[in-house]
Design a protein around this ligand. Sequence first.
Ligand code: NAD
Ligand code: MG
Length: 395
Amino acid sequence: MRRIAVLGATGSIGRSTLDVIQRHPDRYQVTLLSAHRSVDDMEVLCRAHQPTHAVMGDPDAAAALAERLTDLSAVTVESGAAFLDDLVAEPNVDSVVAGIVGFAGLRPTLSAARAGKTILLANKEALVSAGGLFMETVRQGGATLLPVDSEHNAMHQCLPVASDGRPDMVDVEKIILTASGGPFRGRSRSSLDAVTPAEACAHPNWSMGQKISVDSATLANKGLELAEACWLFDRSPDEIEIVVHPQSIVHSMIRYRDGSVLAQLGQPDMRTPIAYCLAWPERVDAGVEALDIVSAGRLDFEAPDLEAFPCLALAQWAISQPGGMCVFSAANEIAVAAFLSGEIRFTDIHKVIDAALKATDLAEPDSLDAVQALDQKAREAAQESIASGLTRSGS
Ligand code: NAD
Ligand code: MG
């Protein structure tokens, strides 16, 4: 029986994880659930999964949840990030699903790494922001790091992997990272000025949380994933090729030195990579409909349009700068929130990130304090650029 902590339980990744877990009560037991402030959803999840602990980021939400669960004496409700950091490291947790969105997921994920847990990593912003520090913490803690992100999960599946989960890259020539292209694939930059949050969140293939949906529409997500792949597979950006594949059936590929290219195919359903990580190195039923390759019909591939989607080009530059992706990711979080609340246009997102990269002193953060300080500076620079209206001038 593996004991699982699901961070971000009420989100898209959290729900997909709990769906897979529910299919295998003989293998998995949920011991910890966490969410930010959705009390109604958490009440339902706590009743269904009966974790030992439920942690709400928001104190008022924690108080409300505790009130609702007075009849469930087995579930202790806690509030705040510090509790989460401690609880993921407890001996009653074997695997931690890092499903919180954004930088907020960094601390508990690092805590799980320090405690040597198996980490099922969806929260790419944590890895991208803390980079070398994150990977070193995993190594020192003796943790096992398994990628949930579908592309990186595909890469992991196409590589020989050691018993500690680490991939063997010795014969690899190139990683081919696929991108769906998002809802605006094929559109010109000038046609994107007036797109709405609802249009940006309407992903053609995947159903996901709002932030990653917008990131997929700007291709900032592919920039984050490029950095994610560099860290997970110890590659430089020029050893990773980004290819747009609109059907989202091939989830990424590995090209070996003998010319072989291995691809992982599957439905665009996160339950497959989640089930792979939960059961690794075994396989379990994920509840995913079988892929019908004949009805899928065709697999297309094309180069990404960096002119229409400048966030990807910006990420490719930022990766080469010390601390650059920490600033990119923080500024992107601020810009996406501002776009979703109607403060800025879709085409302003890359300008906010660009302004933050220019306004922040870039340096490689070598401690958690340094990562948090750099993230904070980037957020302030991004807010400032939005407040000053700079993003509205020119393109
Ligand atoms: P989501 O918005 O659906 O869910 C986010 C979860 O995080 C919620 O449970 C929310 O309560 C919690 N949360 C948000 N802010 C928090 C805070 N400050 N403190 C504590 N908890 C907080 O997001 P999602 O789509 O499930 O994405 C989660 C992560 O997984 C992201 O990093 C995303 O990039 C990554 N990811 C998602 C998908 C997908 O298909 N959804 C695929 C690949 C990677
Ligand atoms: Mg992905």
